[in-house]
Design a binder for this molecule. Structure first.
Ligand code: FES
Length: 173
């Protein structure tokens, strides 16, 4: 679907699972890497390749927020609005982003730079509120930090304070 290299990686992924359906999520990630989102025709292709129904694959794509169903801006802003982030002020961060960028949740700025979505827990509740920008976590966000972050990203830079380390992982030795 996306060339020989893509097909080779798909075959490797499928071979690493005892059941083909186990490969559905990594293959969808691969599709998203190639296409920037998961187009409907790719869902049908994945379903066909793995012997699944298109509706099963569509259910996965639309359930998990890490899959995108349309092209987004250069910076995908994913603001967590689950309990810890809500208690620590994500609502004011959300309002600030919407006002500053003049977009609503689910929209992209006219210049194609920013897309804003809200998501469930990002697994970094101890540093709430959390805003994920593409693959990076920006933590302990408030209006001032959000402002600096958006200004820096608008210039194609990172703010001096981040990104943070992301979800804390407990290492068991
Ligand atoms: S509630 Fe926001 S990261 Fe967990």
């Amino acid at each position: 679907m996306y060339g020989e290299d893509f097909e080779r990686k798909v075959n490797e992924i499928v071979a690493s699972y005892p059941q083909p359906r186990g490969a559905v999520m990594p293959i969808l990630h691969l599709v998203q890497e190639k296409a920037d989102f998961v187009p409907l025709e790719a869902e049908v292709w994945v379903a066909d390749r793995l012997g699944l129904t298109p509706s099963f694959v569509h259910g996965i794509v639309t359930f998990y927020t890490m899959y995108r169903t349309s092209r987004c801006g250069d910076y995908l802003l994913q603001l967590c609005t689950t309990v810890s982030c809500m208690l620590r002020g994500c609502d004011s961060v959300l309002d600030h982003i919407k006002n500053k960028l003049q977009i609503e949740v689910g929209e992209t700025t006219a210049d194609g730079k920013f897309t804003l979505v809200t998501v469930e827990c990002l697994g970094s509740c101890g540093t709430a509120p959390v805003l994920q920008v593409n693959d990076d976590y920006y933590e302990d966000m408030d209006i001032e930090r959000t402002d600096k972050l958006l200004d820096a990203l608008g210039r194609g830079q990172r703010p001096e304070f981040g990104p943070g380390p992301g979800p804390r992982r407990v290492v068991v030795e």
